[in-house]
Ligand binder design. Sequence first.
Ligand SMILES: Cc1cc2nc3c(=O)[nH]c(=O)nc-3n(C[C@H](O)[C@H](O)[C@H](O)COP(=O)(O)OP(=O)(O)OC[C@H]3O[C@@H](n4cnc5c(N)ncnc54)[C@H](O)[C@@H]3O)c2cc1C
Length: 385
Amino acid sequence: MKDRTIHIIGAGPAGLVAAINLANAGYDAIVHEQHDDVGSRFNGDFQGIENWSSRKDAKLFFQEIGLQVNFLCAPHQTGHFYGPNLNGVEIKTGRPLFYLIERGVAAGSFDQGLKQQALAAGVQFLWNDKVEKMPSEVTIVGTGPKAADVIAKGIIFRTSHPDAYFGFLDDRIAPKGYAYLLVNNQKATFATCMFQDFRNSRVYYERAFKSMRRTADIEIIEPTEFGGFGNFFLPSSGHKKDRFLYVGETAGFQDALWGFGLRYALLSGYLAAQSIISDRDFDQLCRHYIWPALKTSLANRWLFAHLGNRGYQWVLNRLNKSRDAVDILQKHHQFSFSKQLLFLLAKNWYHTRLIDKQCMHEHCDCIWCRCGKSENMTETIYVQR
Ligand SMILES: Cc1cc2nc3c(=O)[nH]c(=O)nc-3n(C[C@H](O)[C@H](O)[C@H](O)COP(=O)(O)OP(=O)(O)OC[C@H]3O[C@@H](n4cnc5c(N)ncnc54)[C@H](O)[C@@H]3O)c2cc1C
């Protein structure tokens, strides 16, 4: 057994999966977290572990990356979607479309579940420890998004409505994105996710709220506002100075299509741990297991952003006619020759809003910049035009 200490910065899903796997393999895993607990970036809102991008069911995926399901993980299959005219369609699936989880500090949340697994594996946590400079040992950096390429604005509330989910596609309420309502065990999350025109987020939210009220007959008790953002970019390398491994959203590992970044976060954390445990090249692992999905998601973002309101209704009608919507979504998430061509188009069209102002000098050891990550790096930076 190797006697090594590995520092992990950030107790998000990416950092925690890395820590759990390293500790289980006999490493001293030390997690530095700027807050006093896991999940502090979230507010008890529901999220979905999507189950359409891979043929592998999310629960099997958890098993393969060394996770147990000790958190709320509710399968959701049939749901209702509304296009711009609020014509509802029912979406049927042969297996769960997603597993609903709760994010935040409360017991039963995804974040608390991962923390419990990390503690059981012997991971050491340093709370209230905002790391500014890289430790001198091997370090995994999982510090989450640094800029907003997508934003979400919504509410969480209590309700007596039965468990359900609803989706909304309309550029007037969620520009180039979607709005969603998730209900589980008398709690609900409603939000709109937008990919452009962030300055008018309140207007979009208010419109989205009205659309939701016109379609779902739901009582709203004690609503609390929440919001958040996501960051996508194509990293040229997951390494910096061969000692630092970037995982999760801070590495750009996010779903460019709809912002379903959790599977990327978990997989990249697992791969970082495996690269250390079995002395394999992290970049190679990422290129094999993550890049095809990243490229496909960017190609799909290009397609989705060009659909417009008419296109959304067409997509919903097509999904409605199919016996299994997961089948159709899965086909669109497989890397193929046509996705590669679209990707080439999309990467020139889309630029992240990430402009790293905190550090612009070369070869520094701060955790923010990626300047020293790869000497000949030509990071693809994309911002939607
Ligand atoms: C509103 C919203 C809804 C979403 N819904 C979904 C969904 O339904 N499905 C899905 O798959 N994805 C969803 N996502 C995206 C998903 O939450 C992220 O992709 C995922 O959390 C990224 O995990 P991560 O570990 O990379 O980063 P994070 O979860 O951001 O964790 C990073 C951690 O690092 C800590 N940290 C940061 N800097 C430092 C520092 N210098 N020192 C110490 N600690 C530091 C932070 O406090 C944080 O705990 C959503 C995101 C938002 C905002």
